[in-house]
Ligand binder design. Structure first.
Ligand code: URA
Length: 220
């Protein structure tokens, strides 16, 4: 493009190869059209498998979620965290501003989980979890919770919370005497995992991003 005389810096045609440009101070155009230096914003939803860690590096060498989006050329980072042993919906993006908004407690984005716990969970415990229980001296915010299945020695539940405290769902159940044996995040706000297979991702469009912030989530 330079050889063809199509590139200009501050209005002057570039003739030399390897000219350095400061995109914040100089105006770069190709065929008269401005070239933006901003990286393209990419948003993906991945279905995180168990055993993958939601940090960008791991001294212990465990598998990283970033490896699951290795074929995307932009550098994506996870929005918030999911425990090593939790699977399900995880957002990844290179858009720091969106990530901040999604994580910020004031947006109260609801996260929906499917949990399998040991034993049968009685009515009173459900009520306690629903109202809020003490974790580290601070009450959890009211949760939406319902039992979706039971058998002799386990209970399957759907729980919706909007806080993101460390290992929150596991610790809430532990506080009422039940160990979580399986945990999966089904939805992030109104954005559902749907039939995305474990370890796979999909690109999100504008509508999907709006769904994250939608207040009316109905997950049946
Ligand atoms: N709650 C947990 O306990 N673990 C997660 O990964 C997410 C929510």
């Amino acid at each position: 493009m330079i050889r063809a005389g199509r590139v200009r810096v501050d209005g002057l045609v570039v003739t030399a190869m390897g000219v350095k440009v400061d995109p914040r101070r100089q105006r770069l155009t190709v065929d008269g059209k401005p070239v933006s230096h901003a990286a393209k914003k990419i948003y993906v939803l991945i279905n995180k498998p168990r055993g993958f860690i939601t940090t960008m590096k791991d001294p212990q060498g465990r598998p990283l979620v970033s490896e699951l989006v290795g074929d995307v050329k932009e550098r994506l980072f996870p929005v918030g965290r999911l425990d090593l042993d939790t699977e399900g919906a995880l957002l990844m993006t290179n858009d720091g501003a969106l990530a901040q908004r999604v994580i910020h407690p004031s947006f109260e984005i609801k996260k929906t989980y499917l949990a399998v716990v040991n034993g049968r969970v009685g009515r009173r415990k459900i009520e306690a979890l629903r109202k809020g229980i003490d974790l580290d001296g601070r009450q959890t915010w009211p949760a939406e919770i319902e039992i979706t299945g039971t058998d002799d020695n386990s209970t399957t539940l759907r729980i919706v919370i909007h806080e993101g405290r460390k290992r929150q769902v596991r610790r809430m159940f532990a506080a009422v005497g039940h160990k979580v044996t399986y945990l999966k995040r089904l939805a992030y706000g109104g954005l559902r995992l749907g039939n995305l297979r474990t370890g796979k991702y999909r690109f999100l469009n504008k509508k999907d991003l709006q769904r994250i912030f939608s207040k009316n989530i109905l997950y049946k």
